[in-house]
Design a protein around this ligand. Structure first.
Ligand SMILES: NC(=O)C1=CN([C@@H]2O[C@H](COP(=O)(O)OP(=O)(O)OC[C@H]3O[C@@H](n4cnc5c(N)ncnc54)[C@H](O)[C@@H]3O)[C@@H](O)[C@H]2O)C=CC1
Ligand SMILES: O=C(O)[C@H]1O[C@H](OP(=O)(O)OP(=O)(O)OC[C@H]2O[C@@H](n3ccc(=O)[nH]c3=O)[C@H](O)[C@@H]2O)[C@H](O)[C@@H](O)[C@@H]1O
Length: 437
């Protein structure tokens, strides 16, 4: 099948590459010329394990290409996937301007009937609204059917997720369009669930909101564990053994970040508000998360009284490991607050430094190694559970820091591991280890 993907971001690229890999002819269109030029020389604009290899393989085998021209991109299309961003506006609502923009170009360039598949996360009712826009502007002799097909991949494991997903959701305006999209996905061998367009849109928000709720819930339990002398690692394991609860998304930490949970939870509160529904539970989830992001600072303030003039090393800046994405990462608010409190901040991340330099405060000192970041530091904040950080030799903290004091926001080490070192270790939902000379 000839497929066009609009938006060569995370979702667009990974979808494009995976559809090419199963044998479709795919062209990815993006208005960002710089991205397209990089992709043409097999360079991925995002860091994602395995992605670059798959781009290069599929381009060389003739199934994948890139363009910034709609005319070229829609030329042979039977199916057009829209995977452009839907960021939050100031008021928390989803910004649909990129999708509206794409929709306004479709009928000008198509050469046959097409199915438009919306992969971007959009509020309930958006597919119908886009369908109206398409019909209104359709000056071609071809029909345009619409299908909602939300995406569930995670950054950092996107390739694995897309080939081994739990389900594919298809909400179509008619059976014919639904069958075409079902057929297109068949080689993935993933269960397909077909439903109405509005239910498909809601499944996406409900899924992200539920996962965010699970995280805020375990973080509240973790805060209680600290006060009551229980150990969150054991509590999460014990809870997770109940199959009705499940053992995933029970990692306590400094809250959720990234380009999706924060924006999608805010958008769902807005979507509910539009129909006079006060989504109290989700509002609390968001509040708990904001407070949780500040929890390391609260712990450090208690420990030192004042953070003024302390040198604090941040380890990990991305919102999770295996990605260079720092959109809505806890590192943004934490570093800003530390600077406000008068601390000097050094930072290290294995891959996100380039992105971080664009977004984080200019007064942060970025380093090329953990050792450089922690040298002569008064304390360390661990913000992302990168393998490199989890494997770091803790005796180097004792060797290089003024005082080896660690605030671990991602529970990278067990109490047993740290107990063997001359170190002071504060983590999430567990007793602190104070083992200084
Ligand atoms: N990042 C993720 O892990 C996931 C994201 N989603 C959803 O998928 C959508 C896309 O997200 P990302 O891939 O992260 O976005 P992104 O921001 O990484 O990429 C969007 C791309 O669209 C391009 N673009 C913007 N306007 C355009 C236009 N008019 N024509 C052509 N290209 C245009 C941008 O240049 C950019 O390259 C969002 O709705 C998001 O909520 C869903 C599941 C996972
Ligand atoms: O809609 C989206 O964009 C995507 O959002 C999330 O994926 P992603 O944001 O890439 O990453 P997650 O692994 O879900 O992590 C999100 C945040 O939650 C945090 N988290 C996750 C799990 C956990 O147990 N505890 C926890 O604090 C992570 O550190 C991270 O900051 C969902 O997991 C995907 O299914 C969805 O497609």
């Amino acid at each position: 099948m000839n497929i066009s993907i609009v938006g060569a971001g995370y979702v667009g690229l990974v979808t494009g590459v995976s559809l090419a890999e199963i044998g479709h002819n795919v062209v990815c269109i993006d208005t960002n010329k710089e991205k397209i030029e990089m992709l043409k020389i097999f360079k991925s604009p995002i860091y994602e394990p395995e992605l670059e290899e798959l781009i290069s393989k599929n381009v060389k085998e003739g199934r994948l290409s890139f363009t910034h021209s709609y005319e070229e991109g829609f030329n042979n299309s039977n199916v057009i996937f829209i995977a452009v961003g839907t960021p939050s506006k100031e008021n928390g609502k989803a910004d649909l301007s990129a999708i509206e923009n794409v929709a306004s170009h479709i009928s000008n360039f198509i050469k046959s009937n097409v199915i438009v598949v919306i992969k971007s996360t959009v509020p309930v009712g958006t597919n119908e609204y886009i369908k109206e826009l398409l019909d209104k502007t359709n000056n071609s002799r071809f029909t345009i059917d619409i299908v909602s097909n939300p995406e569930f991949l995670r950054e950092g494991s996107a390739i694995n997720d897309i080939f081994n997903g739990d389900r594919i959701i298809i909400g179509a305006e008619n059976n014919k369009a639904s069958r075409v999209v079902e057929e297109l996905y068949k080689p993935f061998n993933i269960p397909i669930f077909t439903t109405s367009i509005r239910s498909a849109e809601m499944i996406k928000y409900a899924s992200n909101a539920f996962l965010a709720t699970k995280i805020s819930f375990i973080n509240e339990i973790s805060n209680l564990c600290e006060k009551l002398g229980a150990n969150i690692d054991d509590v999460a394991i014990g809870m997770g053994k109940d199959k009705r609860i499940g053992n995933s998304f029970l990692n306590a930490g400094i809250g959720y970040g990234g380009s999706c949970f924060p924006k999608d939870t805010s958008a769902l509160v807005q979507i509910a508000g539009n129909v006079d529904h006060n989504f109290m539970l989700l509002k609390s989830v968001i509040e708990v998360n904001k407070k949780q992001q500040m929890s390391l600072i609260e712990k450090a303030k208690k420990r030192f009284t004042s953070l003024k003039d302390l040198k604090i090393a941040l380890l990990g800046l991305s919102f999770k490991p295996n990605t260079d994405d720092i959109r809505d990462a806890a590192s943004i608010v934490i570093s800003e607050e530390l600077l406000n409190l008068g601390a000097t901040v050094t930072a290290y991340d294995p891959v996100a430094t380039k992105q971080a330099k664009k977004i984080l405060n200019k007064n942060i000192y970025f380093t090329d190694s953990i050792e450089d970041a922690i040298k002569k530091a008064n304390c360390v904040f661990i913000l992302t559970e990168w393998e490199e950080i989890k494997k770091f030799d803790l005796s180097k903290l004792t060797e290089l820091m003024i005082e080896p004091i660690v605030f671990d926001g991602r529970n990278c080490f067990t109490i047993n591991q740290v107990s063997a070192h001359i170190i002071e270790y504060h983590s999430m939902g567990k007793e602190s280890v104070i083992n200084l000379n």
